[in-house]
Design a protein around this ligand. Structure first.
Ligand SMILES: [Zn+2]
Length: 137
């Protein structure tokens, strides 16, 4: 199964790059603020961010990686991170909470599935782009 992990590869190639995530940790897409969504004025940069599941820090660079664990383990990791961040405290039923977790996982899996492992990607308000193609094997 391919997932997205934080990477420092290609960091700094763009003037607006930043990274506080831990290289190699799982990442997901975070919530994007209204200013960044509109793309007007000086946004905070969250529209370009991947969110580290463990560090709870953001990065503008992610790498597609083959992940050895099961889908259940990935769902559990996302659930744990979202719960720690308070994102699951919206008063939903267990079913609704699970749906939020699965949606966050699927968003990542669908993107990771589009590229070969090793590809470094960026994201801009929900659209991803290749920063560095996977190295030839
Ligand atoms: Zn923002």
């Amino acid at each position: 199964m391919r997932v997205l992990v934080a990477t420092e590869e290609t960091q700094g190639d763009r003037a607006d790059d930043y990274t506080w995530a831990t290289p190699g940790e799982l990442v997901m897409f975070g919530v994007i603020c209204a200013t960044d969504l509109r793309g007007t004025g000086r946004g905070c940069g969250c529209g370009r961010a991947f969110a580290g599941l463990h560090s709870e820090r953001a990065t503008t660079t992610a790498q597609v990686a083959e992940w050895p664990s099961s889908l259940d383990d990935v769902v559990l990791a996302f659930r744990d991170s979202l719960a720690r961040g308070g994102w699951l405290d919206f008063g939903g039923t267990e079913e609704e909470v699970h749906a939020v977790v699965v949606e966050a996982v699927m968003e990542v899996l669908l993107v990771a599935d589009r590229y070969p492992a090793g590809t470094v990607i960026g994201t801009d308000r929900g659209r991803q782009y290749v920063r560095q193609p996977a190295a030839a094997r």
